[in-house]
Write a protein that binds this ligand. Sequence first.
Ligand code: MEV
Length: 328
Amino acid sequence: MYLLEVVASAPGKVILFGEHFVVYGEPAVVMAIDKRAYVLAESRKDRRIYINSKNLGISGIFVGESFEPKKGGREARMKLEPIRKAAQKVLNLAERKIGISIEVRSAIPIAVGLGSSAAVVTATATAVSKLLSANLSKKDIFRIAYEAEQIVHGTPSGIDPTISTYGGTLLFSQDKGFEPLEVKGDIPLVIGDTHIERSTGEQVAIVRERKKQYPSIFDPIVEAGGKISLQAVKALERGDLQELGELMNINQALLSAVGVSNESLERLIYAARKAGALGAKLTGGGGGGCIIALSPPEKLEQVAEAIEQAGGTAFIARKTSEGARVEN
Ligand code: MEV
């Protein structure tokens, strides 16, 4: 007995410490947030894959290798391809020859370093797996999401699909995988969005080029980035917000040194610090995108307001332990 429709969701994330340095094998600390991507998957009698992204305002039908755009023109294909890949991989694993209609609705801002694309493909793999009773493990879901997302704007390290799949707060490294972290109390964060969209791939390339040019200077910076993450693990266990804030500020200085900060980010970071944040840094790829500001709980509103006055959009984020899940 097969299901006719399934809704699944997966969370976005913030990198608390260690973005970019993680690409060179250092550990990073990543936290799932209470903003999720939702995917509705329905079976179809034909062999087509229809995808409608409410957020991007695009839709189209994949018939074998060809694509018929419905909304958003031919460029829609590139953006929808990772979703199709995720659905197709599950269909292949389940050895089912049916079609699927997919509708995406996400509460995660797009292309600003909060892991929206990974959350969408992870939720897609989860929904289609349940629809086809494929019984895939979290590890299978992660692998499918990782491979599907690699095509367009994949995170080279795999940090985004990992946190979207498993949720919680994780210490992540490319060779050792991830380890769930003990976190004492709340991590009161304000996220500030610069509204500058950027590509993670381009930011990773900036760091790679600079590192090639100045290896003896860059290697210790990358290593220091990893040490910050390890020190942060202890501060998270103790719930030491003061120390976490200081570590964020040091981490931000290193990210600026490797070339991924800019004036829009720094403006929001300084506004947040001046309004009472314990620490603030960019999060994700940089070059635009978002900052995170760790704030005493009683100053969250004040910090959010300062970020808005400095030209950003601010929202308060909470950690969530829930990774990818079926909703119905
Ligand atoms: C992007 O969310 C994080 C980066 O470290 C890239 C990666 O880990 O693949 C910049």
